[in-house]
Write a protein that binds this ligand. Structure first.
Ligand code: HEC
Ligand code: HEC
Ligand code: HEC
Length: 477
């Protein structure tokens, strides 16, 4: 009897061992083919995952980039396939839910600092290809990032459910059969992966995109993402399709615009890596969109890039000391000739090859935010054409290049008068400079904080109502 029992026990052990081996063999360890991984890599570049999920000088996709906000820091997460610190344990479905619905694997909601509101337009096949790339094409980095912990009510992540219910448009793009395959490809890329709208579309009170003014321009921190609708004056209706392609590929179109700030980042890490046919498709689509007027366009009489002319005020400052000028009306001219003329020319004309651009016929010399942000933060862009760099003049107080708020205001007003729309536009105050120095007026994140506060209170109210109801019911039993 005992022997039989032992034999049975052994049999059970062997059977269960065999079963678990079989189970192991069956456990889905998906293997993706090289073509799918390569496609995923391309789509991840088109989506610019790198820009947010890589810290300055950090390892690719290992997270840790701190996006500061007035209510606290939001830290991007490690999205390498590290099982402990990254997304190594994510299934394809969980990955898709994070990228397209803003839901983490543990069921908690992501803040819309992660642009799932645009990625929601990407197809299953494309999101799965990205999954393949992240699982098998990105090296795992076993390093923790700081957990985002915002103060109440922003820490009530579930309040984002209310926000999503109100504003997340998770319907697939409507495929208009009258449009060409090229236009549809452009729509798919621009509205989805490349998420132009998250920066260029103005936002409402609760941070939702204002669909009625699609791409009509919006403040993004210290920078202003201008109107890129087809409006001939306020937008880029006067740009040729070739120019839009060239801008996305290299970040500059002589006599029109250069890319600095977050656009330079998007071009360096994302758009400059796209195939010419895809950039062309985006240009075709963008150029076809209806004209709209944005907040920054009210006073504009001519296109941003048509304003201003060469000019200088050197005659007024010759032989006058800096000390005398600091109180005088010519401070701006003095600062310009001391700090800017060496590269941009004494009359703002730039160099012939365009490496140092002309400061008139330049869309940055029209928009106050972009003019101030360029002076304070400089330009830094890397594309196949090489590295484009202008030093920042807003660095720490002790740096050689440091300009004070008073100096920057005087310089910017000088530029608006000389190279921009003219004297009447020269109304920049030191307060405006300080605001850009601190990260911009009403930055997205500040608005997000407000949205969070409102929604947090709403969520709290719901919880209270729920608890009261439960109490009542309990009392009545
Ligand atoms: C504009 C910045 C930005 C871009 C672009 C971006 N992300 Fe994110 N992502 C974030 C932030 C910030 C978080 C964390 C948000 C939070 O804590 O609520 C996040 C969270 C995530 C998470 C959840 C991770 C976790 O720890 O559970 C995944 C997965 C993710 N992102 C994948 C991607 C992929 C894939 C791409 C490109 C297709 C991408 N992200 C592009 C900012 C970004
Ligand atoms: C991360 C934010 C961001 C994203 C995403 C983004 N842009 Fe921009 N864009 C900006 C900012 C900021 C500027 C202003 C840059 C400057 O003047 O230095 C800009 C400038 C431009 C300009 C120049 C307009 C002018 O008159 O000076 C064009 C054209 C443009 N973007 C097109 C696009 C397209 C098309 C997409 C999507 C494929 C896109 N952008 C995505 C932030 C963004
Ligand atoms: C060392 C050379 C150098 C100096 C000095 C310099 N710049 Fe620049 N500037 C550049 C380069 C390079 C670019 C970017 C060209 C490009 O994007 O293709 C640029 C771009 C600009 C732009 C356009 C930015 C945009 O987003 O479109 C403005 C405006 C500007 N500079 C103003 C100034 C002012 C004002 C000063 C003086 C405080 C100054 N620059 C000093 C090299 C310089």
């Amino acid at each position: 009897m005992k022997a039989l029992f032992n034999t049975l026990r052994v049999a059970v052990v062997i059977a269960s061992a065999l079963w678990s081996v079989a189970a192991l063999a069956q456990a889905p360890v998906p293997q993706f083919d090289a073509a799918t991984i390569a496609r995923g890599k391309y789509l991840a570049a088109a989506s610019d995952c790198m820009a947010c999920h890589t810290a300055h000088h950090g390892q690719p996709m290992a997270g840790g980039l701190v996006m500061s906000s007035p209510v606290g820091d939001i830290v991007s997460t490690n999205i390498t396939p590290s099982k402990q610190y990254g997304i190594g344990k994510y299934t394809a479905q969980q990955f898709s839910d994070a990228v397209r619905k803003g839901v983490r694997a543990d069921g908690r909601m992501l803040y819309p600092a992660m642009p799932y509101t645009a990625y929601v337009k990407m197809t299953d096949a494309d999101v799965n290809a990205m999954y393949a790339y992240f699982m098998q094409g990105v090296p795992a980095v076993d390093k923790a990032t700081t957990e985002t912990s915002l103060p109440f009510p922003m820490n009530v992540r579930q309040s984002m459910k209310v926000w999503n219910a109100l504003f997340l448009d998770d319907q697939p793009l409507k495929v208009n059969p009258e449009r060409s395959a090229q236009w549809l490809r452009g729509q798919y890329l621009a509205e989805g992966a490349a998420h132009c709208t998250t920066c260029h579309t103005p936002r409402g009170m609760l941070m939702q995109e204002d669909k009625s003014r699609h791409l009509a321009g919006a403040q993004v921190g210290p920078w202003y993402a201008p109107n890129i609708t087809s409006h001939p004056v306020a937008g880029i209706g006067a740009w040729t399709e070739d120019e839009v392609v060239q801008y996305l590929q290299t970040g500059r179109v002589a006599g029109k615009a250069q890319a600095a700030g977050s656009m330079a980042e998007a071009i360096s890490l994302s758009f400059s890596h796209l195939e010419p046919a895809d950039l062309r498709a985006i240009a075709v689509y963008i150029k076809s969109l209806p004209a709209a007027v944005g907040d920054a366009d009210q006073a504009i009489g001519a296109s941003r890039f048509e304003q201003g002319k060469a000019g200088n005020a050197l005659d007024k400052i010759r032989g006058v000391s800096y000390g005398e000028n600091i109180k005088g009306a010519n401070l701006g001219a003095q600062i310009f000739s001391a700090n800017c003329a060496s590269c941009h020319g004494f009359n703002g004309q730039g160099t012939k090859d365009g490496y140092y651009p002309s400061l008139f016929h330049n869309s940055a010399t029209v928009n106050t935010s972009n003019l101030l942000a360029t002076i304070l933060l400089g330009v830094d862009r890397k594309t196949l054409e090489g590295h484009v760099f202008m030093p920042p003049f807003g660095d720490q107080v002790n740096a050689v290049n440091h300009l004070s708020d008073t100096e920057v205001a005087a310089l910017a007003n000088y530029m608006l008068a000389q190279f921009g729309p003219g004297q009447a536009a020269a109304t920049i105050t030191t307060k405006a400079v300080a605001e850009i120095r601190q990260g911009g007026p009403q930055s997205h994140l500040l608005m997000m904080a407000r949205a969070g506060a409102v929604l947090g209170v709403l969520a709290l109210a719901l919880v209270i109502v729920f608890v009261l109801r439960r109490r009542k019911r309990a009392a009545s039993v």
